[in-house]
Design a protein around this ligand. Structure first.
Ligand SMILES: Nc1ncnc2c1ncn2[C@@H]1O[C@H](COP(=O)(O)OP(=O)(O)OP(=O)(O)O)[C@@H](O)[C@H]1O
Ligand SMILES: [Mg+2]
Length: 329
């Protein structure tokens, strides 16, 4: 694997409420190379957003990082002071959120919001910042950038707001963009255009992208690798092609089986029976066990570690009884 840009190692995060602790992320490790797109997929509540927000340290106050390390270009992000962190955010790592309208200030015009990020990090006068802001809006595919710059968020569609957010996220040419469900609020055509924008960024600027999504269609379209999360853990991680062809974890297998197939072989979506576990206690067994068709007695004893697979050093799975064993006889 090429030199990692982002390295997340053994990351654990809890949310501490007065009467309960939620073990939202448990021992998550992954790497991201420059210019690479890694997708994180998983059901609602599996911890995707918590991992994404932890990287630029945007977690809410009730969240506590209880273990692990996050390194960007070798720098330990968890050790940065507030001032250093502010200079990192935007400049080296930027975030795109699911709800673009909520991410923008309703009472400030778009041009000023884009210019703000430029003047806060670069020595630019207001006129130059405005000019660059309009240029950024043009580059994210907004047809009339001057008009958009004068508009307020409520005057734009969701897709336009999301482009503005991408413009803001890319204004300082960060090495890493974390995009949390960037297209799920948008219709299919706009979704495709936004994904194209992200793909272009990666190609033209070599930006690495951590793409959080629950949509395997999006994954197949833009990601190089995919990490499947379940109950706060990565249960499988590997190259997209390999994962789509031969998912090893029974959960990934079930997740992919719920996709409609292009050849129409599976016209009906079926849900995976059962519920993910409550996260109010640290896991003492495989969290997928109650829903797993392939469970062994060993799966009750301790959660399986995420290990590399023979023949596929970049394909890792956390399972004592992965699916390929069936195929191999
Ligand atoms: N502020 C919070 N306080 C307490 N628990 C929280 C908080 N935010 C998230 N959680 C819990 O942490 C777990 C992980 O949540 P997270 O939002 O990271 O999941 P997700 O995979 O992003 O889900 P979704 O697909 O719905 O966005 C869930 O059990 C969630 O209920
Ligand atoms: Mg989320």
């Amino acid at each position: 694997m090429p030199q990692a840009l982002l390295e997340v190692r053994d990351l654990s995060i809890e949310y501490r409420a007065r009467d309960a602790t939620v073990y939202a992320v448990s021992g998550v490790s992954f790497q991201l190379a420059p210019g690479e797109v890694l997708a994180i997929v998983g059901e609602s509540g599996s911890g995707k957003t918590t991992v994404g927000m932890a990287i630029p340290r945007l977690l809410p106050g009730e969240a506590a990082v209880t273990g692990g390390a996050i390194r960007l270009g070798g720098t330990d992000l968890l050790a940065l002071h507030d001032a250093e962190l502010r200079s990192y955010r935007g400049r080296r790592v930027a975030m795109i959120f699911q709800d673009p309208v909520a991410g923008l200030n309703p009472v400030i015009d778009i041009g000023s919001q884009v210019a703000e990020i430029l003047t806060s990090h670069l020595q630019l006068d207001r006129k130059e910042a405005r000019r660059r802001a309009v240029d950024l809006l043009y580059r994210v595919g907004l047809a009339e950038p001057e008009r958009v710059a004068r508009a307020y968020p409520f005057q734009l569609s969701g897709g336009m707001c999301q482009r503005v957010m991408i413009g803001i996220a890319t204004a300082l040419d960060p090495e890493l963009i974390i995009a949390d469900e960037p297209t799920s609020a948008l219709d299919v055509t706009i979704q495709a255009q936004i994904l194209y924008q992200l793909e272009r960024l990666r190609q033209e600027r070599g930006t690495a992208i951590l793409l959080i999504t629950h949509d395997f269609g999006v994954v197949a379209q833009v990601a190089d690798r995919v990490a499947v999360m379940y109950a706060g853990r990565i249960v499988e991680e590997g190259p997209v092609r390999e994962m789509l062809k031969q998912p090893l974890h029974p959960y990934s297998h079930a997740l992919l089986a719920t996709l409609p197939r292009v050849d129409g072989a599976r016209a009906h979506l079926h849900q995976i029976p059962g519920q993910p576990p409550e996260l109010t206690r640290p896991a003492e067994r495989c969290p997928f066990l109650p829903r797993c068709p392939k469970a062994l007695s060993r799966c009750r004893q301790e959660p399986p570690p995420l290990l590399e697979q023979p023949g596929g050093a970049t394909h890792r799975v956390a399972c004592y009884n992965p699916v390929w064993q069936d195929a191999a006889g």
